[in-house]
Design a protein around this ligand. Sequence first.
Ligand code: F6P
Length: 415
Amino acid sequence: MSLPRRGRKYMIAMVGLPARGKTFTARKLTGYLSWLGYATRSFNVGERRRQVLGPGQDHAFFDPANLDANVQREALTDDTLDDAFLWLQQEGRIAIFDATNGTRERRSKIRERCAREDVDLLFVELFEDDPKVIEDNVRETKVSSPDYVGSDTATALRDFRARIAHYESVYRTLTDEDGCFVRIEGRGRTVVIHEVHGWVPGRVVLFLSNLQVTRRPIWLTRHGESEFNQAGRIGGDSPLSPRGLAYARTLAEHVGAQSEDLPDLDVWTSTLQRTLQTAAPVCEAMALESGDWKALDEIDSGVCDGMTYEEIAERHPDEFRARGDDKLRYRYPGGESYQDVIQRLDRVIVELERYRTPVLVVAHRAVLRALYGYFVQLPPERVPHVDMPLHTIIELTPTAYGCRQEWRELAMPEA
Ligand code: F6P
């Protein structure tokens, strides 16, 4: 499936008091939609304020009674919105407007502008009233914000709480009058959807209602060396070579050594025997069953399946050249492109985001490039070129700020 190059344009406007996770969510959503192939960018009013005024504003700047500051804040918000619309008029497909947007007036302004510019609008409200969750958010993200460089923690906390109180005094939650919206309450416990229609807003809602911030490792590894790998042939469904079987045992030892920290490990494979054989010793050692996903099968190389790259160059020189020219979009005749692979991995990503427990994914080169590209937010063009060696395990730990990664080539016993 190729994405239509043209189509509706979208404005996703975040709504929420400070410390509700808007910027984290906007960043994740930007990564997800870009990965799916939509040109997406986030526009953050706080960043613009710091660029224009420097980081020194204390809570008084956010007091609605401070009229001079109000004028400045309104101008910063309008300018950021202008940038977002300019980008949508040019190459952008989806703009994410990352601001509090907590008043009806502000939201009407956004709605009117979207109607004028023929852009579809979706509000995303993050609603949280558990004081403990808010306090944890403030401590984890705000105290280290550039706004508080040089302040001690107690001062930063006091000031930020006062800032939240200013916003609370004028904040209005979304109502039916706001049109198309999704409100995520209590970190996904309740999701309210209003007038959400169409593919892109539907993806956004599904993605956001599954998004978690729990820190836990996701391990990615290719299957052990297969007979086709040995022969330099692509695709197929060949079994593991003796080296590949040795890797499967080494992987089981590696994972088993950490089993005490992994009480709820899940192991996911494709439906192809090389991944099932690789996962088998891990599952045996840890007394668990793997789950196989058709969506994790290797890129379908169509008429080239089972050939070496030299054979493809010789028998299908035009195809070989076309793939070299645009590896992301090139689709093998009768097979798939990397973009197709990304589309079918969408459901795997939504599940990985939903899981709060560790997952080991045993899959294939192209598939793992696509999954890895999502987590580290690679530009889609770079995804097909990531080096993804055999017999290596990648540990990814998604955090509030991005994704920690550790690559380890597993030492194999001498043959
Ligand atoms: O060679 C192993 C393999 O997994 C093939 O089955 C697959 O077609 C290929 O790698 C994907 O890599 P590339 O997109 O670089 O050809």
